[in-house]
Design a protein around this ligand. Structure first.
Ligand code: NAD
Length: 499
């Protein structure tokens, strides 16, 4: 399914597509030990896409045993970094070769536009694996300055078995942010994709084997959070759980680690990021375009979404009118149509949750400037118009809680200090932005905002070379960049007496 003749539409391709639906353990596809399955639906139609193996504690245990055995044998951990580099580069290449199939799976499974899957998610996932492959034979260990009587080596060693639990909003990319550094560092891995979007993770496991990564090094156990996810986080022989998902689940993951073997925990959780536009910023068209993209890209199902627009009095109407015009032009469409820029919400539960927040905003007294409704209902799918709320007060639920949908809450402020205070006054601290022409104000606000990433005069600038993660309840630890390798390695000191 690699070369797609231009004449074959994505719909036709979807009809011909075969799904991998089993767990991948020890290099083989297997049904769940219990034989149980769960349904994954196409959010654009509400129809069944596939029945997927529903792993439980027994399947997780089989995967962990396989991962541990691979680690102990040293078939991966003890390879020279240059060899791991070579195999991971081949893995990235396999992902590229299968990009169209994987992009189609991603779109069918979670509803994002095919153009996004193909031009954003897939290249970024392959590039991420490649980045860590390229890095791993270029990082050095250290020798401590102890004096001539001893040699003290500080080395980084793989942790062992890493359990990764990932969400549905960027199913393959969020998995890749774990796969790259976890595998590059020499660990074995058990990956638990979201039950709302398991198909790409199941498929890439096979590509890893084709690339030459030994069986047992990468296992994939699809299943429900409460069963497979919980079993992985509670497992006594898992050394680390690398989690991306909601803050509520992140709290549970920490508890599971405490209740079991004190495994290392890293958390990439939710956000409610403030996008602050000051009245001195001269190019409102640019700020409006970025503000709309910050909340409507990926249907607003983005951890770093600029979901709170903090706009200074004086430019409020001018800026909101521009954002409103952009929102009206951006209507949800069929995710398989290459022209579509806004797809379906991942499932009915999430759609109802988003619509519930829209109702709550209305009842609390905020004003809907545009959007606010479910659309394309005839399709059977879950589509919501881009929605802009004005006259939002910082205490309202739509200004404090993560909605994870195409809903912007606009709050007006008078002074820069007030903007900083409102910006920081939520439990989250993933991202933030400030738009100003004054360099001192830009630095002062960037310093004062409690967030893992602060954008100045831009939003969602991105590169693998920079860490990504949150302050406060947005998480613990960082994905991306060389810093991510720290999460998946232990520091060892080796003293050698020279006296
Ligand atoms: P979620 O917390 O519901 O689920 C995430 C994963 O955890 C899924 O695989 C799920 O099956 C599993 N899970 C659920 N309950 C579990 C439990 N009790 N024990 C173990 N595992 C469990 O989140 P979601 O709805 O899939 O994803 C959306 C969330 O992810 C949003 O809050 C978003 O902000 C966040 N997110 C954060 C980042 C980041 O880098 N900070 C990136 C993407 C998404």
């Amino acid at each position: 399914m690699n070369a797609r003749p231009e004449s074959v539409s994505w719909h036709e391709r979807a009809r011909m597509l075969e799904f991998r639906t089993q767990a991948f353990i020890d290099g083989r596809y297997l049904d769940a030990a219990s034989g149980a399955t769960f349904d994954t639906l196409n959010p654009a139609t509400g129809k069944l896409l596939a029945r997927v193996a529903s792993g439980d504690a027994e399947d997780v245990n089989r995967a962990v045993v396989s991962a541990r055995a691979a680690f102990r044998r040293g078939v991966w951990a003890n390879l020279a970094p240059a060899k791991r580099r070579q195999l991971l580069l081949r893995f990235a290449e396999k992902i590229r070769e299968h990009a169209e199939e994987l992009a189609l799976l991603e779109t069918l499974d979670m509803g994002k536009p095919i153009t996004d899957s193909l031009t954003v998610d897939l290249p970024a996932a392959a590039r991420c694996i490649e980045y860590y492959a390229e890095a791993i034979d270029k990082v050095y260990d250290q020798v401590a300055p102890t004096g001539p009587g001893a040699l003290a080596l500080i080395t980084r060693e793989p942790l062992g078995v890493v359990g990764a639990i990932v969400p549905w909003n960027y199913p393959l990319l969020m998995a890749a942010w774990k796969l790259g550094p976890v595998l590059a560092a020499g660990n074995s891995m058990v990956l638990k994709p979201s039950e709302k979007s398991p198909l790409t993770a199941i498929k890439v496991a096979e590509l890893a084997i084709e690339a030459g990564i030994p069986p047992g090094v990468l296992n994939v156990v699809p299943g429900l959070g409460q069963t497979a996810g919980k079993a992985l986080a509670l497992h006594m022989d898992v050394d680390c759980v690398a989690f991306t998902g909601s803050t509520a689940t992140g709290r549970a993951i920490m508890q599971y680690a405490g209740q079991s073997n004190l495994k290392r925990v890293s958390l990439e959780c939710g956000g409610k990021s403030p996008n602050i536009v000051l009245a001195d910023y001269p190019d409102l068209d640019r700020a409006a375009t970025a503000a709309a993209a910050a909340i409507f890209a990926n249907q607003g199902e983005m951890c770093s979404a600029g979901s709170r627009l903090l706009v200074q009095e004086g430019i409020r109407d001018a800026l909101l009118e521009k954002i409103q015009a952009l929102s009206r032009a951006l209507q949800p469409g069929d995710p398989l149509d290459p022209a579509t820029r806004l797809g379906a919400i991942v499932d009915e539960i999430q759609m109802k949750r988003v619509l519930g927040y829209i109702d709550s905003g209305r009842s609390a007294g905020a004003h809907v400037r545009c959007g606010g409704r479910r659309v394309r209902e005839d399709s059977g799918g879950y589509f919501i118009e881009p929605t802009v709320f004005d006259q939002v007060k910082p205490a309202m639920a739509i200004a404090r809680e993560e909605i994870f949908g195409p809903v912007l809450a606009a709050i007006t402020f008078k002074t820069v200090d007030e903007a900083i205070e409102i910006g920081n006054d939520v439990i989250y601290g993933l991202a933030a932005a400030v738009w100003t022409r004054d360099i001192t104000t830009a630095h002062r606000v960037a310093r004062a905002l409690r967030a893992g990433t602060v954008y100045v005069n831009c939003y969602d600038a991105d590169d693998l070379t920079v860490p990504f993660g949150g302050f406060k309840q947005s998480g613990i630890g960082r994905d991306k960049s060389l810093h991510a390798l720290e999460k998946y390695t232990e520091l060892k000191t080796t003293w050698i007496d020279l006296s």
